[in-house]
Design a binder for this molecule. Structure first.
Ligand code: ZN
Length: 364
């Protein structure tokens, strides 16, 4: 039975926002003074009786008296023991718990913490580089991405070159090998290490608590004869990132999905960003993979209905049908809709919002 030192527990508690944790299970509404209220899950509640105070890190139900800290909530709600609740919360915030059981796990824990720090560093650096790149800024302007959206989604730019990022990482105490482990560099057959993302617009992929776990990179390089670069490139799975578990945008859209009890599932990062910017905020995208059962389980905590955008081509149709099969067993009712221009041609959500606006999207 692992048991964690008190200082570790206190550190974790300080990092875990209790309102975010509780919103994994029940919807909460802001109630002023930075507090939240919600329906108490521990009795048959008919008016929101539970108050959550993120500053003090506690919850309290004024009807049935249930109350305590973040661990108590998870323990009671998930019917697990204290250690289990500590592990659940640590996993949720991306906090590296020391593991006393095995050496190998301690190494994994350490690697997760390293990857997390390196991703933070990369995220800052990509954002700095974006401000220096007229090309990348122009691209965002062309896609109608505002400055505040750019900041909210931590959009950056990875310049062309082999060692731009790994050089910066080295000056900040990370080895090229660390960069490979974090999925930010690749090792060549000859043993050389180079930046993975080059001349790409970088989109930070955050987990539900806003921690940057990976990146998606959109190619900005000019076309070259006989040389094809993938349009989108994603971080590989790392100690911190498992693409089957992460839904892009969920850290932004979670409360709005819960409020509407419905989620719009789109394919691309920019589909999501354009919709979100246009005010359609209950939206998520799978990152670098088709929708998985884990994705559907996560969404089922927030929404009873999923809107799937039906893409006209054969591959898109197949993906939509597969998504249907995945969400149905999780108790989510799928609704399929196809987007088209007034002349009847098919269009993706990003272009639709840019051409016709978010209100037109909502009307569909
Ligand atoms: Zn209660």
């Amino acid at each position: 039975m692992p048991f964690y030192p008190n200082e570790v527990i206190q550190q974790l508690k300080a990092q875990a926002d209790i309102s975010l944790v509780i919103q994994q299970f029940i919807p909460l509404k802001k109630s002023g003074n930075g507090r939240f209220v919600g329906m108490c899950p521990f009795h048959d509640d008919h008016s929101p009786s539970m108050s959550v105070n993120p500053t003090l890190g506690i919850y309290k139900c004024f009807a049935c008296g249930a109350g305590g800290d973040v661990f108590k909530f998870v323990q009671e709600h998930e019917k697990i023991d204290f250690n289990g609740a500590v592990e659940w919360v640590a996993n949720f915030v991306g906090f590296p718990l020391p593991n006393f059981a095995s050496k190998e796990s301690a190494e994994v824990t350490e690697e997760r913490a390293m990857v997390r720090k390196l991703n933070e560093l990369a995220c800052e650096w990509f954002e700095q580089q974006l401000a220096l790149s007229p090309k990348a800024l122009e691209y965002l302007a062309k896609r109608n991405i505002s400055e505040s959206t750019r900041r909210e989604f931590h959009i950056g730019y990875a310049p062309d070159g082999r060692e731009g990022f790994i050089g910066y990482a080295a000056r900040n105490g990370f080895s090229p090998r660390d960069c490979v482990k974090a999925g930010l560099a690749t090792e060549k057959k000859n043993g050389g290490i180079a930046d993975k993302f080059r001349d790409r617009l970088m989109i930070a992929i955050q987990n539900q608590s806003g921690i940057v776990v990976a990146f998606g990179g959109r190619d900005l390089a000019p076309k070259q004869e006989g040389f094809e670069r993938p349009k989108y490139m994603n971080s590989p799975d790392t100690a911190l990132y498992n693409k089957s578990d992460i839904l892009f945008g969920l850290n932004h859209s979670r409360s709005s999905i819960a409020k509407e009890n419905a989620v719009i599932i789109v394919e691309g990062y920019f589909d999501l960003i354009s919709l979100y910017q246009g005010g359609v905020t209950n939206v998520v995208a799978a990152s670098g993979t088709a929708l998985t059962e884990t994705h559907a389980s996560i969404l089922s905590r927030y929404a009873k209905t999923a809107y799937l955008v039906f893409d006209g081509d054969a591959a898109g149709r197949k993906a939509t049908l597969r998504s249907l099969e995945i969400v149905l067993p999780k108790g989510i009712a799928p609704r399929i809709f196809a987007l088209s221009r007034p002349d009847g041609t098919k269009i993706d959500p990003d272009n639709f919002v840019n051409e016709r606006g978010a209100d037109a999207f909502r009307a569909e």
